[in-house]
Design a protein around this ligand. Structure first.
Ligand code: F6P
Length: 717
């Protein structure tokens, strides 16, 4: 009996250990994937080697390396086992695992596909399996001991042994969990049919729920799952959002009140989240009928007709708007953070107004908070000082700040006269989020250069004056399924409607661009590319139309009005060169377009061009993908938009390179429907899974974890 049971026990333990290692590898991979991807496309001279070496200091990780698509091993850590080569491993499009023996030592190899822009390959993660052998030996030992005990009639002793064994497993899982908690992530729990004890199951179930949310595994993020997460992880929490732009604008048009949904990526991302979570959204009341639609506390329930949350409007005078919004935010910080070669302007008076308006919003937060520990989601570069102001007045608040635009390198940021104050203000946050790890790193560099603070690069946090701020990447997204898709007619009908509305040729190949009239979006570069296309490929004349839907924005500013005028001039020039006899190659629609019309335009298009010169994320790219439930249409996307990191099946272009952008448009026009379907299918999958509910969930889960930790520390104190 002993002989029969011992190998069985060893095999079971071996199986569990292997699953442990696979789950752990997946966890490690997920937590470093973005950094590795950023490293792969970093400028020449950057080396992932030191980063891999640091990770391999972990007791169980034996090594890390990267196999190029051509099968060359790069960045392999020291002590790399000779037996493991790229050629000897299975490297395909899904994760795979293997076990290799090198000089008598058993090694577990995890192979993960990874792609970053044009670079792709596989990340290799090696784990020493010695611990599994040790575990198996232990299990064998206890099994034999138990059987002998039973045989000798020492039932009591056998029971004690089983309990001891169980406790040792629980302890080892606890240690593993603590280790992972220290790293800020948790691995998956074994399935419920695992033969572990009840205590262990309870513990693992708790972890499973938390980790399932944390990693987004098996969770189709939706309003429902986000809501459930709030209820389970942050019960009773009060959510407040602060942004400059409001989600619903009431305007007076011909004496009647008209509702407008602003052209704003921030609003399209956050609004569905607020519908799911409820709470209060504090924003500048900018509409001409906004004051007529609020109650005496300046509040209005929204969405109109089906309210789920409260909009609290803050009124700003013209001087305040000029200084805070047009001045410091849009003539100073906006060009400072975007590399689009428009000189930032910094004026003392603008800074004064910026501080005053941030303080006014801090007052509004304190007024709206009904508890002393709300979760406040502060949005964007309009409110760099607000997190610190909230921290001072509501020290127990969890402040999650999201910076929707890029953060420049420290050298560029250094030209801001109030750089220290801005960083200090942001470090009042509990969590500070950017779209990409690259922008997080830029922020940490700037903090390192200008502040007397402690930076923990391992955990990506900054401690200033005893307060710690986590700096994390949360790639923003859109709702899925998008509400603007509701009630859309079939593709052919959308096409017919757009052709008739904009007077396009009936059989036109249609390219579209949809955005605010902003100099960061590369509108002129795109029209230059259309010009080049029609010059080098005259066969497209009469057949190809570029429709640009552009909403006027920040028009008070010279750079914006000049861009609008130049766009109109350039379009006329290109039309004169290539058009005629009723054919207009570049059609401009300069007005506000409601989301449903934008989606109709997307559905009518053969391709969509997003040619941002620099963009934090760019949600238009994701909206185009979401609009195409027919899995047709090609996305031509700038490599300088954050979205290009996720939508790698788009045709990625450099908008400064007119010739190659024209070639990409040509390639898009000629792409087979089968290839379009394949690319669109993958991109839609990506946007569906990494939707905006997941974006919000990741931040809220991190917040929940920090709140729990703070409670434990307070209890211990
Ligand atoms: O991209 C930055 C951003 O603030 C977005 O978050 C927002 O969608 C956009 O600019 C709109 O700007 P504004 O509110 O000034 O029109």
């Amino acid at each position: 009996m002993v002989v029969a049971l011992a190998p069985l026990g060893s095999a079971m333990v071996e199986g569990w250990s292997r699953r442990d290692v696979e789950l752990r590898s997946r966890l490690v991979f997920r937590s470093i994937r973005d950094q590795v991807a950023a490293g792969l496309v970093a400028p020449p001279g950057f080396d992932l080697g030191p980063f891999f070496e640091r990770l391999s200091e972990d007791e169980r990780i034996l090594g890390l390396g990267f196999c190029t698509e051509a099968g060359t091993l790069r960045y392999a850590t020291r002590q790399w086992p000779k037996a493991i080569t790229c050629a000897s491993l299975k490297r395909d499009r899904t994760d795979s695992f293997a076990s290799v023996t090198d000089r008598g030592r058993r090694i577990h190899v995890s192979v993960f596909p990874i792609a970053a822009g044009p670079v792709s390959g596989h990340l290799l993660l090696l784990h020493d399996l010695a611990f599994a052998d040790e575990r198996a030996r232990e299990a064998q030992f206890y099994t034999i001991l138990s059987v002998i005990g039973v045989a000798a009639g020492l039932g009591l002793l056998a029971l004690a042994m089983v309990l001891a064994l169980q406790r040792s497993w629980v302890r080892s899982v606890r240690t593993m969990v603590a280790d992972m908690r220290n790293r800020g992530v948790l691995d998956a729990a074994p399935s419920g049919d695992s033969p572990l004890g009840r205590e262990l199951h309870g513990l693992l179930e708790e972890l499973r729920v938390e980790r399932t949310y944390a990693e987004g595994i098996h969770v189709e993020w939706s309003p429902k799952t986000l809501h459930r997460l709030l209820m389970e992880e942050l019960p009773g929490a009060e959510v407040l959002v602060v942004s400059n732009r409001e989600p619903y604008i009431h305007n007076r048009v011909d004496g009647a009140i008209a509702l407008q949904r602003p052209a704003s990526g921030l609003v399209s991302a956050l609004e569905p989240v607020m519908r799911a979570c409820g709470g209060t959204w504090i924003a500048h009341g900018s509409g001409s009928a906004d004051r007529d639609t609020v109650d005496r506390n300046d509040r209005v329930p929204v969405p109109p007709g089906d309210p789920t949350y409260m909009l609290r409007r803050v009124w700003l005078s013209d001087e305040e708007q000029d200084g805070y919004y047009y001045g410091l935010a849009n003539e100073g910080l906006w060009p400072l953070c975007h590399i689009s070669f428009v000189r930032p302007t910094f004026r003392e008076e603008d800074w004064r107004q910026y501080k005053a308006v941030n303080a006014r919003f801090a007052d509004a937060v304190v007024q709206e908070a009904s508890r002393d520990d709300p979760i406040v989601l502060v949005q964007d570069y309009h409110f760099a000082l607000l997190p610190r102001m909230i921290r001072e007045r509501l020290p127990r608040a969890t402040v999650i700040t999201f910076w929707h635009i890029p953060w420049p390198n420290a050298e560029t940021f250094s030209i801001c006269p109030w750089r220290e104050e801005i960083i200090d203000g942001l470090l009042g946050s509990t969590i500070l989020g950017f779209h990409t790890r690259f922008h997080c790193n830029n922020f940490l560099e700037a903090t390192d250069r200008f502040m007397e603070s402690r930076i923990d690069r391992e955990h990506a946090s900054v401690t200033l004056g005893g307060h710690e701020t986590m700096v994390r990447a949360y790639p923003i997204s859109i709702e899925w399924p998008p509400s603007a898709l509701d009630g859309q007619t079939p593709i052919a009908a959308c096409r017919a409607a757009v052709i008739s509305r904009f007077g396009l040729p009936a059989d036109a190949h249609i390219a579209v661009g949809v955005e605010r009239f902003d100099y960061t979006k590369g509108l002129l570069d795109r029209i230059h590319a259309v010009d080049d296309l029609l010059t080098r490929h005259p066969e497209w004349r009469g057949k190809f139309v570029y429709l640009q839907a552009a909403s006027p924005t920040r028009s008070k500013l010279g750079a914006y009005s000049a861009l609008q005028a130049e766009t109109v001039r350039l379009a006329e020039e290109v039309n004169a060169r290539h058009g005629g006899k009723g054919y207009t190659p570049v059609v401009l629609s300069i007005r506000h377009h409601e989301p449903t019309e934008v989606f109709e335009i997307f559905r009518a298009a053969d391709l969509c061009i997003v040619s941002s010169l620099h963009d934090g994320m760019n949600l238009v790219a994701k909206e185009f993908v979401a609009a195409r439930d027919d899995e047709q249409g090609v996305l031509v996307l700038s490599g300088f938009a954050g979205a290009s990191r996720e939508l790698s099946e788009a045709l990625i272009v450099n908008p400064y390179d007119t010739r190659s952008m024209a070639s990409a448009i040509d390639a898009a026009l000629r792409m087979s429907t089968a290839e379009q379907r394949e690319r669109m299918h993958l991109m839609r999958d990506m946007v569906r899974q990494r939707n905006v509910y997941r974006w919000a969930a990741q931040m809220l889960l991190d917040a929940a974890r920090l709140r729990k930790r703070a409670r434990i520390l307070a209890g211990a104190a």
